[in-house]
Design a protein. Structure first.
Ligand code: GTP
Ligand code: MG
Length: 195
């Protein structure tokens, strides 16, 4: 028997470059944050079981605005531009940083941030900074380790433990767009937060 999808309805609402343009009505929001190319837009598509709802690319810097998706007619998923990619022009990086910061500062609707990190790497300075930021603003977050399919089972366990030690007070979950079980589990965590 096939289970009913948790996020059974999803529509793109709008892209904005400032918070005053955010969509109405105001609804609870879940945001997806992380370095450029970590897999934010791909993760969204996987959660929503839509191939091209959020645009993805193998080149960092694909998502340039704040994108709102209406889910189950009840809340928004928010796909943000990535940060931390060294090769992008400095003015663009600063612009996106400001965009992300203004989003986080003004989002009283934000119920949970999913902070994505590449499962293959060590904790990056920019990710640590972002986590500090979320703590400072009392925004609940969970750490999602992306591209888990690229690691062996053993290595993934090792990385999970490493990140759990780095974030002892937060959930750390593995994720791959190729693993249905991991997609389902993340969807359940998000659903519980919204209840
Ligand atoms: P920006 O919008 O530039 O910040 O990037 P993003 O974080 O939205 O990343 P995006 O979803 O565009 O994915 C970047 C690249 O990683 C693409 O080539 C994806 O196909 C690939 N990718 C994302 N998730 C996974 C995954 O779980 N497994 C594998 N193997 N590749 C992935
Ligand atoms: Mg993106």
């Amino acid at each position: 028997m096939s289970e009913k999808p948790i996020f059974y309805k999803s529509t793109f609402v709008k892209s904005v470059s400032k918070q005053s343009d955010r969509p109405e009505p105001l609804l609870p929001e879940i945001a997806f944050l992380g370095r450029s190319n970590v897999g934010k837009s791909s993760l969204l598509n996987a959660l929503l079981n839509r191939k091209k709802l959020a645009l993805t690319s193998s080149t960092p810097g694909k998502t340039r605005l704040i994108n709102y998706f209406l889910i189950n007619d009840q809340y928004y998923f928010v796909d943000l531009p990535g940060y931390g990619y060294a090769k992008l022009p400095k003015n663009l990086k600063q612009q996106w940083q400001r965009l992300i910061e203004s989003y986080l500062k003004n989002s009283d609707q934000l119920k949970l941030a999913c902070l994505l990190m590449d499962s293959r790497h060590e904790l990056q300075k920019t990710d640590k900074l972002m986590a500090d930021w979320l703590n400072y603003y009392h925004i609940p977050y969970l750490v999602v380790l992306t591209k888990a399919d690229k690691l062996s089972k053993n290595m993934l366990q090792k990385q999970l433990q490493y990140f759990k030690n780095q974030f002892p007070d937060h959930s750390v979950v593995p994720f791959s767009i190729k693993n249905r079980e991991m997609i389902r589990q993340l969807a359940e965590v998000i659903q519980r937060t919204l209840e």
